[in-house]
Write a protein that binds this ligand. Structure first.
Ligand code: ATP
Ligand code: MG
Length: 303
């Protein structure tokens, strides 16, 4: 029988696209590790939370078998292993905002693509046969998947398949192989995955702590401080334009005249915004009379 654990384990990609951002995120929530020589297992120092550094394909299995409590992996891998039966029932606990990409059907550039029916009877090269077959079934298309673990995009030019179903971010890899994306099967990003239910005992408390801190870090990343000078009579109108802001700090603004500071008729506004402070928002504020608009990053907050 397996020893009951009193430490939490988080499995992340050892290298690859998600390895560094996953480590950075876990560092940002205050985790530190003693580096082990083989770097497959990193013992957590400040908190009893350890890291497992593995291939992303192995993360669902580690979660299903109870070897790890959380995993950071692409939604695409989680969806595939959920559908193909190797790791059913895992939950996407949080979306993490990095590693964005989509799983897309790519067809030869010269094709006039008119819809899924055009894929009938073709061979589709993919590393995601379960997601692909699920999508084909839902669209009433009968096509064969050719499962490849890498270099999927060259399969059509090698005559191994007619089209591909692969991960796309910029589309550059498809284009380099004279293919173009025509259908999106899944929008993906890095997610925090876990088996259903909260771990028992002390690991449950550690899991809650980790989730609370992750939410805090994500909130900081999405937040900005906006400062501006605003005419006194238009403060309420301008505050109404701020995206998801905490109650702003308003201070009468002085201006420096020949005899010293005098009332400028303006207010200095400082607001913590949780929504996106886009160019469009700034332009609306300026049109409403705001001056000296400045957007500042947030390092931390406790509101
Ligand atoms: P491992 O050695 O761990 O098995 P891998 O080669 O399977 O690594 P990576 O290429 O590092 O995996 O990709 C990891 C994840 O990054 C993907 O599953 C996907 O969620 C995400 N990703 C983001 N953009 C892309 C992209 N353009 N191509 C492939 N994956 C991408
Ligand atoms: Mg992999």
């Amino acid at each position: 029988a397996r020893e009951p654990r009193d430490r939490l384990r988080v499995a992340i990609q050892k290298s690859g696209r998600l390895g560094d951002p996953a480590r950075d995120l876990l560092s940002a929530v205050g985790l530190t590790w003693r580096e082990s020589r083989d770097r497959l297992f990193c013992f957590g120092e400040g908190l009893p939370i350890d890291l497992l550094l593995v291939r992303d394909d192995d993360i669902p299995g580690l979660l299903t078998e109870g070897v790890a409590d959380f995993g950071i992996l692409g939604r695409n891998v989680l969806a595939e292993t959920g559908l193909d039966g190797t790791a059913p029932g895992l939950e996407e606990v949080r979306q993490l905002g990095f590693g964005p990409c989509r799983l897309a059907i790519g067809v030869p550039e010269g094709w006039d693509y008119e819809g899924p029916a055009q894929l009938e009877g073709l061979r589709i090269a993919t590393s995601y046969p379960a997601i692909t077959q699920d999508w084909l079934r839902r669209h009433g298309v009968d096509a064969r998947t050719v499962t490849l673990s890498g270099s999927v995009e060259i399969a059509p030019s090698l005559g191994q398949a007619d089209v591909v179903c692969d991960l796309v971010s910029s589309g550059g890899t498809l284009r380099a192989n004279s293919l173009k994306p025509v259908e999106t099967l899944l929008e993906s990003e890095a997610v925090l995955a876990a088996p259903p239910g909260r771990p028992e005992g002390v690991r449950g408390e550690l899991a809650d702590l980790l989730l609370r801190r992750l939410d805090g870090v994500r909130r900081v990343a999405d937040s900005k401080v906006l400062t501006a000078r605003v005419p006194r009579g238009r403060v309420a109108e301008l505050v109404g334009l701020l995206p998801d802001a905490e109650a702003p700090i308003l201070t009468p603004a002085l201006e420096l005249g020949p005899d010293g500071p005098t009332d400028s008729g303006m207010f200095a506004v400082q607001a913590l915004c949780h929504g996106e402070v886009s160019w469009a928002v700034l332009e609306r504020l300026k049109a409403a009379g705001a001056e000296g608009l400045t957007v500042l990053p947030v390092e931390g907050m406790l509101v």
